[in-house]
Design a protein around this ligand. Sequence first.
Ligand code: NAD
Ligand code: DAU
Length: 353
Amino acid sequence: MAILVTGGAGFIGGNFVLDWLAGADELVINLDKLTYAGNLDTLKSLEGNASHVFVRGDIGDKTLVSELLNRFQPRAIINFAAESHVDRSIHGPADFIQTNIVGTFNLLECARAYWNELGEALKANFRFLHVSTDEVYGSLASDAPAFTENHPFEPNSPYSASKAASDHLVRAWFHTYGFPVLTTNCSNNYGPYHFPEKLIPLMILNALAGKDLPVYGDGQQIRDWLYVKDHCSAIRAVLANGKLGETYNVGGWNEKANLSVVHTICDLLDELQPKAVGMSYREQIRYVKDRPGHDRRYAIDARKLESELGWRPAETFESGIRKTVQWYLDNQAWVSNVVSGNYQTWIEQQYGH
Ligand code: NAD
Ligand code: DAU
């Protein structure tokens, strides 16, 4: 059998493919456009692995997607492919609309046509798992309970609006066509192979390079952090045992203010890669202009996933962030390939240096 993974050269998709192939020898067809965020270095350890077929292409390419489905006959599609960075969506939303909405629509339509032609047993077992975000629920008041699956959608950025639209499409394909979908809405991930435009890797790499650590606004915005491998195990659990048409929130009960996360990173680096005596990485922190429309707080209530599917995260924030900082210290070759080239153009545009 085979599964089709889209966006499997990105941060979460790459971790998912690596973990999947470490635990099973089922064929993985990995369809990725290799945008700035896609990185084949992440998949280097799979070179020569006959269970991994990488295809460079767009989920919006109907001919290609249909051809891959008919050729490899996957039993499931896991859709990670997306434009994922909120700040980029503010600068230029067009790609977010194209990939996250139109691309997901195309994938759904190609998959539905393929699924319609399957024999009864294959049809009954087929799954389309859509990977989404807690940002579709909008911003939480400081005293509000964490997001459950029933929280209304109130997306505030072009990114979250495009993901909310894709979630609605997935839902509609289940209700209208009986197409067998599952959706996961996860909180902020961190861990190995994270593209350094995002808070945690950006802070680690800037600190090591002696650069400013740019904290938006007052740094008191709250995110709910989950180690990426725990997100991958949650997706595997939902794929195996999730109820068709349902959505599952994924999170690790790790609400942290951004400034506190940055302090933790600085303190770990002070321990693992100390500067001159008496100096701390915390001295590099700078408060910069806030993100427009910045959501104040996200928090995930993961009780449905825990009670119905028995999922538990393996890492606490403390264990996961230590592993992550150490991973960046140990993987300088991966880092230097990622931060060269086009990435510098984004840094100049966003931070002005
Ligand atoms: P990422 O930006 O690191 O990776 C996205 C991948 O998709 C890249 O490899 C890119 O090349 C590929 N891609 C982009 N457009 C494509 C297209 N049109 N066709 C095929 N491939 C395309 O993103 P990520 O952080 O790994 O996020 C993966 C998914 O998980 C996204 O759907 C995102 O919305 C969701 N998510 C992310 C987080 C997080 O904290 N990073 C949390 C919850 C949900
Ligand atoms: O909540 C899930 C979402 O988490 C995913 O759906 C997105 O794909 C993912 O990018 C992430 O979105 P965020 O906007 O929360 O992540 P980011 O790492 O960009 O920012 C985290 C917080 O840190 C946010 O409050 C903004 C702040 N920040 C970010 C950067 C890049 C800073 O203060 N300074 C920075 O330089």
